[in-house]
Design a protein around this ligand. Structure first.
Ligand code: AMO
Length: 429
C-alpha cells in the first residue's frame, strides 16, 4: 500500500511511496530524486552500483514532474528533507512528463500570474499554492459546521434566474430557449422566499456571477458566496452570526492547518476577536474625508476610502446605517428616518468582505421600493407573492469566500484563491 510521504520515517523499515519528481540531481555514481506528493517531499537516493538494472532503466526514463512509484528501505540522514531518505528496490515511471515544462513547479524560475493560470494544473502542484486550497477547504468546512450547529439548513437555489437582484449592469444574459434568463448574481431572492416557506434559518455556499466591467485584483466574474438568511431577526442578529462564524473559521484554520500555514510562510496567524467594532456610515465618511478622500452622504465608499478607514480601524469592523439610496430594493429602511436603512457591510482593513441587512418584509413598502429603483414590478411577481401570504421579519448576509481567503492569507490577487478563476479575459482553463 502506498503511504503518504509525510508518514515516511526511518522506524517504518520498508515504504512504498508515489508522487511527482520535484527535482533530480545526478552526481555521477549517485542520483538524488526529490519526490513530492500532497503531504511532503522525500529524498530518494540511488547509488547506481548498488541498485538493480530495472531501477537504473527507470531512472533513465525520468524527467522532472514525471509520476513515479518506488519501494525501498527508509534510513535516517540529517542531510535530506525531513531527516530521512529512501533507497529504492523498485522504481517505476507511471507517467513520463514531457520536456521542457511550461512552468517551473519548484519555483526557481518565477512566473507571472497569467502564465501560472494558463498552466494551472502545474501551478497547483506547488506546495505553497496547494496550501491555499487546503485552507479554503477547511474554512468552508468550519463555516458549514458552525452554521449547521446553529440551526441553519443548507440549501441550493437556482443559478439560472429571471431577475436581477444586485443591479442590472452586472448581469450575464443567457440563451434560455425562448425566455429571457440570466446567471444569478446572488441567491438573495430565493433565500428570502425560503423565509416565507418556514425554513427559519438557511445557508448556501454557491457560485454567483457578476459581469464586472473592470479587471481588478479583488473582483471575479464567478465567485463563491456564503449566504445566510434568518427569520425573526434584525440586522444586529445577522451581524452577530457573521462575526462569530468568521472568528470560528479563523480559529479552525489556526487549530487544523499548521502545515498549510507553514507552507505559506505564515507564522503569526491572528484570530480576530469578537465583537468587531461598529461604526455608522456617517462616521465612516467623516474618517475618509479627514484622511483626504472627501465623501458626502449618499456616496459609495471608494477603494481609497476603504483603505483610509481600514487603516484607522486596524481590525475587522462593521459599517452600519447606510443611506437607503445606496442599497438594493430589498433592504429595510429605519421607518422613522427612511433615508437610512438597516444595512451593514463587514470590512477587513483591506476591503469589504460581506454585505447584509434586515430585509423589507412589508409587501406595500417593498413594491414601492422596487418602483423607486426604476425596476419593473411584474418581473418580481414570483418573489413578491410570498410577501402577500405571511412573511416573517428576516435578515441575512452574503460573504465572499475568495475575499475571505485573500485577506486571511494576505494574497495580493483574488485569483490566487480560485482554482480556475473567471475574469474579463479568462474563460479557460
Ligand atoms: P454583495 O453584492 O455586496 O451583496 O456581495 C456580497 C459579497 O460577495 C462578494 N462579491 C464578490 N467577490 C468577488 N468578486 C465579485 N465580483 C464579487 N461580488 C460580490 C464580496 C461581497 O461583499 N445579496 C447581497 C448579500 C445580502 O445582502 O445577503 C449581495 O450579493 O465579498
Amino acid at each position: 500500500m502506498r503511504i503518504p510521504i509525510k508518514e515516511v520515517t526511518p522506524e517504518i523499515g520498508t515504504a512504498h511511496v508515489a508522487g511527482w519528481v520535484h527535482e533530480e540531481r545526478d552526481l555521477g555514481g549517485l542520483t538524488f530524486l526529490l519526490v513530492r506528493d500532497r503531504t511532503g517531499i522525500l529524498q530518494v537516493t540511488i547509488p547506481k552500483k548498488k541498485v538493480s538494472e530495472e531501477v537504473l532503466a527507470a531512472l533513465k526514463e525520468i524527467s522532472r514532474e514525471s509520476v513515479i512509484e518506488c519501494t525501498g528501505v527508509v534510513k535516517a540522514t540529517e542531510k535530506a528533507p525531513g531527516g530521512r531518505e529512501l533507497v529504492p528496490e523498485t522504481l517505476t515511471v507511471l507517467s513520463r512528463a514531457a520536456t521542457p515544462l511550461p512552468l517551473d513547479v519548484s519555483e526557481k524560475v518565477p512566473a507571472d500570474l497569467d502564465t501560472r493560470l494558463d498552466n494551472r494544473y502545474l501551478d497547483l502542484r506547488k506546495p505553497r499554492v496547494n496550501a491555499i486550497f487546503q485552507i479554503r477547504s477547511a474554512v468552508l468546512r468550519a463555516i458549514s459546521e458552525y452554521l449547521w450547529d446553529h440551526g441553519f439548513t443548507q440549501t441550493q437555489t437556482p443559478k439560472i434566474v429571471a431577475a436581477a437582484t444586485e443591479g442590472g449592469t452586472e448581469l450575464f444574459p443567457l440563451a434560455y430557449f425562448d425566455k429571457e434568463a440570466f446567471l444569478n448574481q446572488s441567491p438573495q431572492l430565493y433565500k428570502q422566499m425560503l423565509m416565507s416557506a418556514g425554513f427559519d434559518r438557511v445557508f448556501e455556499i454557491g457560485a454567483i456571477f457578476r459581469a464586472e466591467e473592470h479587471n481588478t485584483v479583488r473582483h471575479l466574474n464567478e465567485a463563491t458566496s456564503i449566504d445566510i438568511e434568518m427569520s425573526f431577526a434584525d440586522q444586529e442578529d445577522a451581524m452577530s452570526v457573521l462575526e462569530n462564524v468568521v472568528a470560528y473559521a479563523y480559529q479552525y484554520v489556526k487549530d487544523n492547518c499548521a502545515d498549510a500555514l507553514a507552507a505559506l510562510g505564515i507564522e503569526d496567524f491572528q484570530v480576530p476577536s469578537v465583537p468587531f467594532p461598529r461604526i455608522t456610515y456617517e462616521e465612516a465618511i467623516a474618517i475618509s474625508t479627514e484622511g483626504g478622500e472627501p465623501l458626502v452622504f449618499g456616496d459609495d465608499l471608494s477603494s481609497a476610502s476603504e483603505r483610509i478607514i481600514g487603516e484607522k480601524m486596524g481590525t475587522m469592523y462593521f459599517i452600519t446605517e447606510w443611506p437607503s439610496s445606496t442599497r438594493p430594493f430589498y433592504t429595510m429602511p429605519f421607518l422613522d428616518r427612511p433615508e437610512v436603512c438597516r444595512a451593514f457591510d463587514m470590512m477587513h482593513p483591506r476591503m469589504e468582505l460581506s454585505s447584509g441587512a434586515q430585509r423589507c418584509h412589508i409587501y406595500d413598502l417593498l413594491v414601492s421600493q422596487i418602483k423607486e429603483k426604476g425596476l419593473n414590478v411584474d418581473a418580481f411577481d414570483f418573489y413578491l407573492n410570498p410577501f402577500k401570504y405571511g412573511m416573517p421579519p428576516h435578515a441575512g448576509w452574503g460573504l465572499g469566500t475568495e475575499r475571505l481567503i485573500m485577506t486571511m492569507l494576505g494574497l495580493q490577487n483574488i485569483r490566487e484563491g480560485v482554482l480556475f478563476p473567471r475574469d474579463r479575459h479568462r474563460v479557460s482553463p
